[in-house]
Design a protein around this ligand. Structure first.
Ligand SMILES: Cc1ncc(COP(=O)(O)O)c(C=O)c1O
Length: 506
């Protein structure tokens, strides 16, 4: 985006400026937080962080005479600047991550459906459906539970080569649409953790034809707006709302995210819904970092992402020259599942070295680098605006060391890896399952029961069953296989006894 494309004065950062001014005004605070601008801190904490961050750590007060020192008014201006920068109708600063944004989108769409009186039945618990891929982030299931909506899964492809889920094809969305008659919304993850996005424009068309909103988890796409070699944003492809983890990729503090809406109806619902989901004591440091991160992107985003793109491409080429390693490249765009791809992600297969992703991750950690995630046969490293040639060079050298150390194992173990089973029947909505009475059973004997919680192997981090879903022999076998391979499974009632919560049907 060019500076001239913005409507507002993007050189301003009113929230950051107001917060700095409050600390400079020398006001003696008789309000929360209790550390009183860092005056009462544990010595080790003071040593580690210094007092400065605490000086700016408030959750109510700000100095901005032009806004009559009203923090709500300053926040409104900062959010308007963000909406202008990100191409949204309205933008909301989030202080509980994209998790809160996803939950808010689902609650808002339930309210939207009620207002539209789409179907009398939607007012009943769990009747309305949301079309979505199974590999969505777990916060989506939290949102469905809160909103009383039921998932209808769109079939996605499991990529056996990379051992990752690929986005559903447009044909799979069409198939799911044709089978569903109680749909209130479409929900997609764009891009996925590996930087791969489906043809979101086509999904948006399908949603529009059904007169339903497309909601997007864009946790990994906050930078898309600021460089033409990155994929287009979800909003530009037709999403009605999207949530972005600004903290994951920009110069922004952890937990700070953005929620964008592109329709007046959803924009109007969000303030009331967000007030249910988020703390009443937002960290103003998070808000100030969002304000500054937005300004930085408008002013310098193109240059910064250009550098990240170049560093990532050079690293990819180096890695692909190392025997036994393979880094995903733009060939992914030739797959029918892929519409868009983010080249700043380095997804590297390590199994030709006879290693699992976790083994490679541990080796690299010893060599002084920590990757974002490890899968069964790969590791994922993120290149962002915070990386320079020195950091990326260190990553490349560590990978060279990994390849050299394991060179005798090249073409070694390339075991067949387990594939997550297909989703099974939803017996209840996730909310009904959560609100039912539960009993604890051993996983091994749970076939036919209705799950009351999710059980998720990490990696790949996709729930094998979710609340309300029938537990099948295939899901138990898959979990057994994961367990035998030493893959961590999360969501046990009691991990030691390998028990789970199921709905008590007696
Ligand atoms: C795809 C995806 N969606 C949503 C989230 C939740 O984002 P946040 O950590 O900002 O709450 C994550 C976090 O890892 C994610 O990977």
């Amino acid at each position: 985006m060019l500076g001239s494309d913005y409507q507002l004065d993007q050189s301003k950062a009113p929230f950051l400026e107001g917060l700095i001014q409050y600390s400079l005004d020398g006001i003696i605070p008789f309000h929360t937080p209790g550390h009183k601008q860092g005056r009462s801190l544990d010595a080790e904490l003071r040593e580690a962080l210094g007092e400065l961050p605490f000086f700016l750590d408030v959750s109510d007060e700000i100095s901005s005479p032009s806004h009559e020192n009203d923090a709500v008014a300053v926040l409104k201006e900062a959010e308007e600047l963000a909406a202008d920068a990100f191409g949204a109708d309205t933008t909301f600063f989030l202080h509980n991550g994209t998790t809160a944004g996803i939950q808010a989108m689902l609650l808002a769409v339930r309210q939207w459906a009620a207002q539209k009186q789409l179907d009398q039945g939607f007012s009943q618990e769990g009747i309305g459906e949301v079309l979505l891929p199974r590999s969505v982030h777990r916060s989506v299931f939290g949102g469905l539970i809160l909103a009383g909506l039921t998932p209808r899964f769109v079939q996605e492809t499991w990529d056996k080569e990379w051992n990752i889920p690929l986005p559903p094809t447009t044909a799979a969305w069409q198939e799911a649409v044709s089978q569903a008659d109680r749909v209130v919304a479409f929900f997609d993850t764009y891009p996925n953790y590996y930087g791969i996005g489906g043809s979101l424009d086509e999904v948006a068309n399908l949603a529009e034809k059904r007169d339903r909103p497309l909601l997007v988890d864009e946790a990994h796409g906050v930078h898309f707006r600021f460089h033409p070699d990155l994929p287009p944003t979800a909003l530009s492809l037709g999403a009605a709302a999207s949530a972005q983890s600004a903290h994951k990729l920009l110069g922004v503090l952890t937990q700070a995210s953005l929620l964008h809406t592109s329709t007046k109806e959803l924009s109007a619902l969000m303030p009331a819904i967000l007030s249910i989901l988020q703390s009443t004591s937002p960290s103003f440091l998070l808000y100030a970092s969002l304000d500054a991160g937005r300004r930085q992107m408008v002013q310098e985003g193109h240059r910064l992402w250009q550098r990240a793109l170049e560093l990532a491409q050079a690293a990819r080429e180096s890695i692909n020259r190392m025997p036994g390693l393979h880094c995903l490249g733009e060939e992914i765009l030739s797959k029918p599942e892929t519409g868009f791809w983010d080249p700043t992600r380095l997804l590297v297969r390590v199994d030709s070295l006879g290693l699992t992703g976790s083994e490679a991750e541990a080796w690299l950690r010893q060599a002084g680098v920590q990757v974002e995630l490890a899968g069964l046969n790969h590791i994922l490293a993120l290149i962002t605006i915070g990386d320079g040639p020195a950091e990326v060079g260190k990553l490349v050298e560590a990978l060279r060391g990994l390849a050299y150390t394991h060179r005798h194992q090249v073409q070694g173990r390339r075991a067949k890896l387990p594939e997550p089973p297909m989703p099974s029947k939803m017996q209840l909505s996730p909310r009904q399952a959560i609100l039912s009475s539960w009993r604890e059973v051993e996983m091994i004997g749970a076939k036919g029961c209705t799950a009351a919680s999710s059980l998720t192997p990490y990696p790949p981090g996709i729930p094998v069953f979710v609340p309300g879903e029938q537990i099948t022999a295939e899901s138990i076998d898959f979990l057994e296989e994961c367990r035998q391979r030493g893959i961590e499974i999360r969501g046990w009632a009691d991990a030691r006894r390998e028990t789970i919560w199921v709905v008590d049907t007696d």
